[in-house]
Design a binder for this molecule. Sequence first.
Ligand SMILES: [Fe+2]
Ligand SMILES: [Fe+2]
Length: 278
Amino acid sequence: MTNTQTQPVPANLVAGARAIVEAADTAEKVRLAYAVSKAWFKRDLALGSPSKDGHMPDRPGRPDKPELLAPRDMPKRKLSGTAGRLALIHSLAHIELNAVDLTWDLIGRFAHVRLPRSYYDDWVRVGLEEAKHFSMLQDRLGQLGASYGDMPAHDGLWQAAQDTGHDLAARLAIIPLVLEARGLDITPPMIDKARSLGDEDTTKCLDVIYRDEKNHVAFGAKWFRFLCDRQGIRPEPAFHSYVRKHFRGALKPPFNDRARSEAGLTPGFYKPLARLTG
Ligand SMILES: [Fe+2]
Ligand SMILES: [Fe+2]
């Protein structure tokens, strides 16, 4: 606990969120995410405000490596063997690092919107879990003799945050309800694959991620509905219009209908978009 003594926790939640997103060093980013979450749940932190405590940066701090490439410039990934497994875990670690930044950006950027404390409790928990997911995958890379930064990674994920920086409901529609919901569709086959290869350690990581991500989608659905209720608008058509405006590309079946429904993301949200775009 010397870490938190020598490097104090930021003054409030907004300042903490900003420090996490700005941190370029991944160990520091993770350390701050744990420290800020702990202080928040101990009720040691006030919320703070974006106007007083600083605006969120346009881009997150990142280490020198991995090299970030446009999605179209990414080398074709070999899907089989040890190299394929490493590339998959590396790309998942990169997604989780983005998820850390996206979640803390959500917490800090929209702190001027009037929301109950339970909203912040939910998203601070998500921000902590994303840091845990990144660390688990980074450790798994280490066990396999690799590390995060060894391979290029794509730079498309942060774009979604920039496109929805002005509107909390749009942000919730795109990040938890499109991108994280997509994780619910594609993770179970990855778990089956890792298990069939006898890779128990990777299976365990993915099991934890899958379980946690169901909650992240559920929080997205809950707070999206909350915002729609407050404006007196119906959530499903609102979701359709946000996705058409801010998400480029199809919502791709097959969908994990059961996990999505358990998270409160019923088919009326995503099926019409798949028909229109897919
Ligand atoms: Fe995650
Ligand atoms: Fe997540």
